[in-house]
Design a protein. Structure first.
Length: 732
């Protein structure tokens, strides 16, 4: 498959073009080594496999079944019904215990023994024995042998993904896709082969059952037709059943991994029961045998609970009082939906209420992001500093399967860039750029920034009123400054700005984001080539001539992408802060007067306070846990995503006095508005100087500056990586 050309080549040479491709190639049965071609050895996956086994059982052979899962247990039940002598060999201490727990597994084992099955537990099979090309038995690793005239192997499956290798898709235990079942590059996945994030736990899972395959097929079809922007995360209660003798076992939810089973109706001794499964103190599934009318009536679909896992009851309770998760509700009590992230703000001048609520509770809480994954949201100042400083336990690599990406485009757009890496993939490249963003070098640009600011204000004074101060001032200044740092001429700065805007809007589809990145790439590539012939003091020239051509630190393409990184990080964030700061100073004129009374003294403290007060980086930083770690009393497991909420942390009352008050004379510098640790904002010194220049200069020259609309008419970027104003109509 060629994902760039969107073409699929068949074995006969036929080439099929596609707009969207659904990978539904399923799985194949896993075999023991050396069994190929031996008569009497059976795998069970296809209709042909089943018919071959049926024919083999007609003569009632001595049958050995390797594997104690559902396939092995069902094959044993059917074979005993056909009169075969059956031996079931499993490496588990109790067959099926990984799926239904040790207690229910022991009950099922007893049923098999009651029907004459010889169950051999805690045994590993080394291989099969044969004579003249026909199976005669199996060998165990402890040296024992078990005679057989037929062997059924039921030891799991392997996803059929080899045809997707080298396509740029993430292939692990299946086709790794997001919560909408989109794997990227126009490819979707459904059924047994789809590895998707479980909406309740955030773990990446595959579900091998036909009910799931049918539901995912319909979900993929809906999402393809709806388009990327309207695609909805796949959410379903997994449902499986198993017929063994006269017993039907049915499971709603995720029973695997349960650490506690609680029978809430009937009894295991009677072999008629309803049980709840729990993991880490939270209900995850319901299991029933010969499914009682009572259990069938109380299991229904419902949204998941606030953290995806309602608490396990502390003591036995009636069936209708048990809270559950994963949509399995054995209760009449309402369950609360896990909040979607980004969280909404009730007041544009305050952090989201949910984030403040979670901070007061003190522990990380789960939220649901665009693809259905449920990473942990951390809101306390001390906990965020802990996560951002512990690079050995929390990683920044956006290509890690557990990383809570901002969109499906992020791994492709940013996956190779150093600031999304850790350790030696990060620090050496950061050092290359550090010199251009030191406090000293940024301060040296102050006279030029003053000149550019005055020029923009001149244009404002000569233009019509009211005017959008975001477009004409807040965006214009940092765009020109960062282009000058790079060495990109002013005439290309509007094109750079438009391309950059597309990369920070969370609601924009991946295709539009990639188009914006490509446009920015084209601009920088053109100027990088020119720098080779006409070198200058700009950063882009040094990247190409020194680090590519002279030292060979990286290739030309990487130099261009570093330039794109500098633009993305260096102008949109500063522009938003300039706009928000202007609004704050217009709303509170007494603060503006303090600033203007002594700009040299108060501009630096005003910048730090505005960064704390607004915390415009509202959906970052993000990390993935690399090893099981406790944060705030909650165990975050390896592979789980983390989002740090800076707006809540920067108003933590345990760190800041009167945190809800904007105090531009505040001398506390503990804010983490620029991040924390080795990944903190590279361009923060440049940004500081820009804000220190912009605010006092603007109000000095336009003392009557005021809003041209009612404050209620202002619109904020709630769906962007950085918080800010869409526009700021002013007059004077």
């Amino acid at each position: 498959m060629d994902t760039s050309a969107r073409e699929l080549r068949l074995a006969d040479g036929t080439v099929l073009g596609y707009d969207a491709l659904v990978a539904a190639t399923g799985v194949r049965a896993r075999a023991l080594p050396g069994v190929e071609g031996i008569e009497g050895v059976h795998l069970l996956r296809t209709l042909e496999d089943a018919l071959a086994l049926k024919e083999s059982l007609a003569s009632a052979p001595r049958l050995v079944i390797v594997g104690g899962g559902f396939i092995g247990a069902e094959a044993a039940a059917v074979s005993r019904g056909s009169g075969c002598a059956v031996t079931l060999i499993t490496d588990q201490h109790v067959p099926l215990s990984d799926a239904v727990g040790a207690e229910i597994g022991a009950m099922l084992t007893e049923i098999h023994r009651d029907h004459g099955v010889d169950v051999v537990a805690d045994a590993m099979v080394e291989g099969v024995r044969s004579d003249g090309g026909r199976v005669t038995g199996v060998r165990l690793v402890d040296g024992r042998t078990v005679d057989a005239e037929a062997v059924v192997i039921g030891i799991g499956t392997l996803p059929n993904v080899e045809w997707l290798e080298g396509t740029g898709l993430f292939i692990g235990n299946g086709v790794e896709c997001d919560g909408t079942l989109h794997a990227g590059l126009g490819v979707w996945a459904a059924g047994d082969v789809a590895a998707f994030p479980d909406p309740a736990s955030g773990e990446r899972i595959r579900i091998e059952h036909r009910t799931n395959a049918g539901e995912q097929g319909m979900a993929v079809a809906r999402n393809i037709l709806a388009g990327a922007r309207e695609a909805e995360p796949f959410s379903s209660v997994p449902y499986v059943w198993s017929d063994q003798y006269d017993l039907k076992i049915q499971i709603y939810g995720r029973s695997r991994g349960a650490d506690r089973i609680h029978v809430v109706d009937g009894s295991l001794a009677d072999r008629k029961f309803t049980a709840l499964c729990a993991r880490d103190g939270h209900v995850t599934a319901a299991i029933g045998s010969t499914w009682s009318a009572r259990c069938a009536a109380c299991v229904r679909w419902s949204p998941t609970a606030p953290n995806g896992r309602p608490p396990w009851p502390r003591a036995p309770q009636p069936l209708d009082e048990h809270p559950t998760t994963l949509g399995v509700v054995v209760t009449t009590t309402e369950s609360t939906e896990t909040p979607r992230f980004p969280l909404t703000r009730g007041c544009p001048f305050a952090p989201p209420e949910k984030a403040v609520e979670y901070r007061a509770e003190g522990a990380p809480r789960r939220v649901q992001i665009w693809n259905g994954a449920q990473p942990w949201l951390i809101t306390r100042h001390d906990q965020i500093r802990e996560v951002l400083s512990a690079t050995d336990r929390f990683g920044a690599d956006v290509t890690n399967p557990g990383f809570p990406n901002t969109s499906d485009a992020q791994p492709y757009v940013e996956g190779e860039l150093f600031f999304r890496k850790d350790g030696q993939e990060h620090l050496p490249f950061r050092r290359i750029l550090n010199g251009d963003f030191t406090a000293k070098r940024s301060e040296a640009l102050r006279p030029r920034m003053i000149e550019l600011t005055d020029r923009l204000i001149d244009d404002l004074e000569q233009g019509p009123r009211p005017v959008d101060l975001i477009e004409k001032f807040a965006l214009a200044l940092p765009t020109v400054v960062i282009c000058e740092v790079l060495g990109v001429p002013p005439e290309d700065s509007p094109r750079v700005h438009e391309a950059s805007k597309k990369t920070v809007q969370l609601s924009i589809p991946k295709e539009e984001k990639l188009a914006g990145m490509q446009d920015m790439h084209d601009v920088l590539e053109k100027h990088a080539e020119r720098k080779r012939a006409e070198p200058d003091d700009g950063l882009l020239s040094r990247l190409v001539n020194t680090h590519v051509d002279e030292r060979g630190d990286f290739d030309f393409e990487y130099a261009v992408r570093l330039g794109m990184l500098v633009i993305g990080a260096g102008h949109e964030t500063t522009a938003n802060m300039i706009g928000l700061g202007i609004l704050a100073l217009m709303r509170e004129p007494e603060k503006r007067d303090i600033l203007l009374s002594d700009p040299d003294k108060y501009a630096p403290t005003a910048v730090e306070e505005m960064m704390r007060y607004w915390s415009m980086v509202q959906t970052e930083p993000r990390r993935v846990c690399l090893q099981d770690t406790e944060v705030g009393g909650v165990l975050i497991r390896a592979g789980e995503g983390i989002i740090c909420n800076l707006p809540a942390a920067n108003r933590d009352p345990e760190v800041f006095d009167t945190p809800e008050v904007l105090d531009i004379t505040r001398v506390q510098r503990q804010h983490i508005g620029f991040g924390f640790g080795v990944h903190q904002c590279l361009g923060q010194n440049l940004s500081r100087v820009e804000m220190q220049v912009a605010w006092p200069r603007l109000f000095q020259r336009l003392p009557g500056l005021r809003l041209a609309v009612d404050e209620s008419e202002l619109h904020f970027h709630d769906d962007a990586l950085t918080y800010g104003l869409e526009e700021l109509p002013v007059t004077w």
